[in-house]
Design a protein around this ligand. Structure first.
Ligand code: AGP
Length: 620
């Protein structure tokens, strides 16, 4: 999740733009850059690392800097700036934004993923365009150059029409010193309306210190800004009328994007996190592209087994992945908690793929388990959210989730992004090993592509119902979570969230195992959360729910929209949209994240920094 900031007005904007980037640091980044237009000339500076490096590079007072290429501040009153969370191309100065066209007369900054960047690049190179970066984003500058006939808005609209993906971008042109033009497709974009000045940004905090008037840009829209304000148009050029709104957030809320806590903000960022993780790995309707793994085809075809090692929430994402990989690719998957795996002298070797799942990429036990497997000749893959983390150095190959920085200790968006990445891996292995017919793969790809919008839909639809359940259960002394098959990892993760942030003892059990002991725990005061989404074994789950009801326990069920049978045996039912049963966990976890969240909030607890817990466990 990159950060975009733009300004056009009467004030020198170098410092304004960098201050705006600082307000977007929570999105996470590994490099940054700025372009300023003055007297028909654009000056650009990029820097790897944190904003202090960019400040130094632009020679901001007292920041050292190289002085040589110091941007001609303070006169410049129009510019673009960007923080990069690398997805395409390494973390280098060349790959940092802004990116220019062949003559550097056009500069762009982009947040998101351009799905069809490879084919567009081939076309543009054939037309003689020369590229200076490895990024997908640079495409946009050259596309605008291709369509440039003197009107920047028209050129941006034409370029926008050729792009596919999940992104928002802004453009500046040396021939248009009073105008910036931006466009949005899924990724957030907002305009700040000031007095004789106008801002563009990925999020309101970037300009909130300067103005509290915000104009939201919706999907498929193009916005042209100048010092006097903003003009919205759609993809055809038709004007769009929309009022700007007064933002009432305080500084703290601004850091959290208007949400009361980082946890709730990150729960609502899941549609973006999933979309950014899958979009460009599904370049077509019938193909998964994980060529970034660079795994030799004969190894993929001949691998004997997959072993997944991880801790906490990442372990639960691995469990979801196991069901998908075994179901689709028919490769046996062994799971182990990393802190156990590393001390059990595991039997592992060259025909095995060992996957270390770790969002931070720094969890000591997971790293040690990965190193052990590598020493014994296994091929090791890291599934991580952080570029440049230790896990990326301890692995033979890396699959990145793209959830952006996760501040809250309790993992939410990294869990669903990890689950999405495991679904990609399961489909890719099935595709590579020929274990699923092409039409079935196309079916599952279509379902997976539908998950980001279904996630947004679920969060919208289920929150009120979850609050009611949470209000009725916030005095509970124990929660039991029951599920079967692919519903079990959802229960384990739901119980972990409840434990982590509400401090209520909670346990998750395979529902079929209940009558072998845990059923003794049940009485009228025990809320039992059952994951009962559509699946081949729903009947079994329902009979277990009946056993629970018979002991007088209150049943809160998570069910698939339309399956009335569950509501008949549950006291409260929370519905999620239908999708393929193997993909259901990525939706079914949402009500459980919210349940833990609201119970903890009703108990007045600090959900972002729970007691006794650290975001990254680097000790053994
Ligand atoms: C989850 O909410 C916790 N923060 C914790 O269990 C976490 O998942 C575990 O420490 C693993 O972290 P990692 O993914 O960074 O390796």
């Amino acid at each position: 999740m990159c950060g975009i900031v733009g300004y056009v007005g009467k004030r020198p904007c170098r410092d304004l733009l960098i201050a705006g980037l600082e307000k977007l640091e929570y999105r996470g980044y590994d490099s940054a850059g700025i372009s300023l237009l003055q007297n028909g000339h654009i000056d650009s500076v990029r820097a790897v690392g944190n904003l202090a490096n960019l400040r130094a590079a632009v020679g901001i007072e007292g920041e050292g800097g190289n002085g040589g290429v110091a941007v001609a501040a303070p006169p410049a009153t129009i510019g673009l700036a960007h923080t990069r969370w690398a997805t395409h191309g390494r973390v280098t100065e060349e790959n940092a934004h802004p990116h220019g066209d062949c003559e550097d007369r056009i500069q762009i900054v982009l947040n998101g993923i351009v799905e069809n960047h490879a084919e567009l690049r081939r076309e543009l190179e054939a037309e003689g365009h020369s590229f200076t970066s490895e990024t997908d984003a640079e495409i946009v500058a050259h596309l605008i150059e291709r369509h440039d006939e003197g009107d920047l808005t028209d050129a941006v609209r034409a370029a926008f029409a050729e792009l596919r993906g999940h992104y928002a971008f802004a453009a500046m042109h040396s021939d248009h010193p009073d105008t910036l033009v931006a466009a949005r497709q899924e990724c957030p974009l907002v305009v700040g309306i000031g007095d004789g000045e106008t801002f563009l940004a990925s999020a309101i905090p970037a300009f909130l210190a300067q103005t509290r008037r915000a104009l939201l840009v919706e999907n498929g829209e193009i916005v042209t800004i100048d010092a006097a304000g903003a003009a919205l148009t759609d993809g055809e050029g038709t004007p769009v009328n929309r009022e700007s709104e007064e933002v009432t957030w305080d500084e703290d809320a601004a850091e959290k994007g208007g949400f009361p806590t980082y946890m709730l903000k990150e729960i609502y960022e899941q549609p973006d996190a999933i979309a950014e993780t899958i979009t460009d790995r599904l370049p077509a309707t019938d193909r998964v592209d994980l060529s970034e793994l660079e795994l030799p085809p004969d190894f993929v075809a001949g691998m004997r087994r997959i072993v997944i090692v991880a801790c906490g929430t990442s372990y639960h994402a691995g469990l979801v992945g196991r069901y998908a990989i075994e179901q689709w690719a028919r490769v046996p998957v062994e799971m182990d908690i990393a802190s156990e795996y590393r001390y059990r002298d595991p039997v592992v070797g060259p025909d095995d793929l060992v996957i270390g799942i770790t969002q931070s990429g720094e969890t000591a036990d997971t790293l040690a388990a990965m190193r052990l497997a590598r020493e014994r000749g296994a091929t090791v893959m890291a599934l991580t959210n952080i570029m440049g983390s230790q896990a990326t150095r301890d692995a033979d190959t890396v699959l990145f989730t793209r959830a952006g920085l996760e501040v809250c200790v309790a993992a939410t968006k990294t869990f669903t992004a990890q689950a999405a990445a495991m679904y990609l891996l399961g489909l890719w292995l099935a595709q590579s090993r020929g274990t699923l017919p092409p039409e079935r793969i196309a079916e599952l790809i279509a379902e997976l592509k539908g998950i980001p919008s279904k996630t947004a839909e679920t969060l919208e639809a289920v929150d009120e119902g979850v609050r009611r359940v949470a209000r009725s259960q916030d005095e509970a002394r124990f929660f039991l979570y029951l599920g079967r098959n692919i519903g079990l990892p959802v229960c384990l993760e739901g119980a972990l969230k409840m434990k982590e942030i509400s401090y209520i003892p909670s346990d998750a059990y395979a529902a079929g195992e209940m009558k072998h002991g845990p059923i003794a725990l049940l009485d009228e005061s025990t809320p039992v959360v059952c994951v009962a989404t559509e699946s081949p074994i729903l009947d079994k789950v329902l009979s277990n729910v009946a056993e629970v009801r018979a002991r007088g326990a209150a049943v809160i069920a998570v069910a698939t929209e339309g399956s009335e049978r569950v509501a008949e045996v549950a006291d409260q039912t929370l519905y999620v949209p239908p999708t393929d049963w193997v993909l259901q966990p990525i939706l079914a976890i949402l009500p459980l994240q919210l349940l833990a969240y609201h119970v903890a909030r009703f108990r007045g607890l600090n959900v972002d920094q729970p007691r006794n817990l650290a975001k990254t466990v680097t000790v053994e």
